[in-house]
Design a protein around this ligand. Structure first.
Ligand code: ATP
Length: 599
């Protein structure tokens, strides 16, 4: 089947990420760990730029937000109080054939014909019959040969030949093998030199007490699949239950429409959904038991709630005000997938914005809009962002309103961030569980109360992935000889681009050009990431920078040295990535020009 343009695009993105050092699979040389990723030299810059910009607009550029950085390992009581120990779970289903696990809400609806198999018998003789068969065939076998039940057909065929039964060799189908053995038993009963009891025992064991499984399995035959595939899957199911060659009774197919009870990959029945807690745990200290248990936090938010009182006291903020945090979170996701989109270790950028109850709904709207602006400011167009109002039945019971901000990834529209009005649930829970007051005292009204909170919670890794997906593009540009070629370019917003400026001396064997270029590197480096490159033709060097999204490149040429025109001394060519336009800029103006464009 040919791949859709979107999945081809995604494959190209994943391969570029590895080739140019954005993202690698974790522990790759040992085969990798599912759902875990390492960021390479360019990936880490991109990620830092994103986090720094979030911090800048959320904390530094506001009067009403302060930051914190909490520990990852967390006291179990925190997650008991927050409800995570009881309820931070996904409903999961297992494939009854392969054991593959899926999140129940991610199983797609499928239609087709359901084949129900209600058990199987083995057509290979059970152990007791096999032993008799071995005795009958003993003289026909080479002396030292060891045989197992799997050799039963071969042994019976040797006897068949030796005694001239002339039974035709069975084909591979279980029914054919079954018929063969029944005939074979009949023939053996009529042999004068074979004990009657032994022949009866063989028949009895084979026909009446075979190895069998009563397990049933339903298999969905989807459009385009032939019936043989379904029988093969049923056979595999019973083989897993130790039935060497299963014989099943032919089922009567029934139609199914839009069913979510079958594995999307092989049509095998899924188990009923059951909850699976996503929290990862560990033990602190020398003894690993319940008393030393700690959790790796599944979200950063709880540390903020738990430190609310301390931070309130030291920052002396008045409502409404927020506490922001960026940090790692861990979830034992059932199906990590779509590259870094769903990982088991990831980073969150979370803000808990505390307020009075009556401000909650209004601030929910405010933060939704602020967050949309944020994404636009890092280069994700509004047209690719979507706001989903989470319906009542899917919202956490304590939330009075939740929005998901979604982005059109190549693999579909998916959540980047949740903006939730969590009421006073978290602080109330921690106050109750810890016995410590987490109230706010309003000096004007002299009231004490537990503040409400609005939480914009964004994923760093998902946003990095969205930035890469959004930036990835191919266009046509002339090569060295003016011939058009495909140019791969990451159109990152300069603000988040991992490298801001490439600096090139025109020739690598000219000490004056090199010295000047290095001076420029030193000039820019304290203010931005710079990449110095002297190898290859200038066009190639531009392409290499285009491919990693460097928005500006500076070339030092003979004009810079004043060799052609004294007026051009100490000017350089500044080339912009997207338009490929080049302008002449004085070295003195370079820093100002660039910093204004990358901030
Ligand atoms: P999903 O429904 O996709 O599992 P969620 O609604 O459980 O996500 P939240 O608990 O609201 O996610 O977490 C806030 C943000 O943290 C998400 O919007 C996402 O950006 C990020 N996030 C959550 N889980 C993961 C993960 N497994 N991998 C990467 N980022 C994640």
């Amino acid at each position: 089947m040919s791949k859709s343009p979107d999945s081809q695009r995604m494959e190209k993105i994943v391969s570029l990420c590895k080739r140019r050092g954005f993202i690698f699979q974790s522990s790759e040389i040992y085969g990798g760990l599912n759902g875990l990723w390492d960021y390479g030299p360019l990936g880490v810059e991109l990620k830092r730029n994103l986090k720094n910009y979030w911090w800048r607009v959320t904390v530094h550029e506001r009067d009403d937000v302060v930051g914190m950085d909490g520990s990852i390992l967390t006291h179990p009581s925190v997650f008991k109080a927050s409800g995570h120990v009881e309820g931070f779970s996904d409903l999961m289903v297992d494939c009854r054939l392969t054991g593959q696990r899926f999140r129940a809400d991610q199983v797609p609806a499928q239609s087709g014909a359901i084949y129900s198999f209600n058990g199987a018998r083995d057509v290979i003789p059970p152990e007791s019959a096999f032993k008799i068969l071995v005795r009958w065939a003993a003289d026909l076998l080479p002396s030292a040969e060891k045989v197992s039940r799997k050799d039963s057909i071969r042994l019976a065929l040797l006897v068949n030949d030796h005694r001239n039964f002339n039974l035709p060799k069975p084909d591979k189908a279980a029914l054919s093998i079954y018929k063969f053995f029944v005939e074979f038993a009949n023939k053996m009963s009529s042999q004068d030199d074979v004990s009657k009891n032994e022949a009866d025992d063989f028949r009895q064991a084979y026909v009446s007490s075979p190895d069998a499984s009563e397990d049933s399995i339903r298999l969905l035959r989807r459009k385009g699949e032939n019936e043989g595939t379904i029988f093969k899957r049923a056979e595999a199911f019973y083989q897993l239950r130790k039935i060497l060659m299963p014989l099943t009774s032919p089922p009567t197919p029934k139609n199914a429409t839009n069913s979510r009870e079958f594995n999307p990959e092989n049509g095998a029945e899924l188990t009923p959904p059951r909850p699976f807690n996503l929290m990862l745990e560990t033990y602190l200290g020398a003894v690993a038991d319940e008393s030393s248990k700690a959790y790796l936090r599944p979200e950063t938010a709880q540390a903020i709630f738990v430190q609310f009182k301390n931070i309130l006291e030291v920052s002396r903020k008045k409502l409404p005000f927020g506490i922001a945090q960026i940090g790692k979170a861990f979830r034992n996701e059932i199906n990590p997938r779509n590259f870094t989109f769903r990982s088991r270790e990831f980073e969150q950028m979370e803000l808990e914005y505390f307020c009075r109850a009556e401000q909650g709904m209004e601030l929910l709207e405010y933060w939704k809009e602020e967050r949309l602006k944020f994404y636009e400011n890092i280069g994700i167009p509004r047209s690719k962002l979507h706001v989903l109002t989470v319906p009542d039945e899917e919202r956490a019971f304590y939330s009075k309103g939740t929005y998901d901000i979604e982005y059109d990834f190549p693999f579909g529209r998916q959540e980047l961030e949740g903006v939730a009005y969590r009421t006073d649930y978290d602080l109330s829970q921690h106050q109750k569980a810890s016995g410590k007051s987490l109230e706010y005292f309003d000096e004007e009204t002299k009231q004490r109360f537990i503040p409400h909170v609005v939480e914009p919670s964004a994923g760093v890794d998902r946003t990095v992935l969205a930035l890469i997906c959004e930036a990835y593009s191919e266009d046509q540009a002339p090569d060295e000889k003016g011939k058009m070629e495909t140019r791969l370019v990451l159109r990152f917003h300069p603000r988040i681009a991992p490298v801001k400026c490439g600096v090139f001396p025109l020739l690598k064997n000219n000490p004056q050009l090199i010295a000047k270029a290095k001076e420029i590197v030193e000039l820019l480096r304290p203010h931005m990431t710079v990449f110095y490159d002297e190898s290859g033709a200038i066009g190639r060097r531009y392409r290499r920078q285009d491919e990693v999204g460097t928005p500006f490149c500076v070339t030092v040429d003979f004009e810079t040295l004043g060799e052609k025109d004294a007026a051009l001394r100490d000017t350089v060519t500044l080339r912009e990535r997207d338009s490929m336009k080049q302008e002449r800029v004085a070295i003195n103006d370079l820093l100002g020009t660039l910093t204004s464009r990358i901030r």
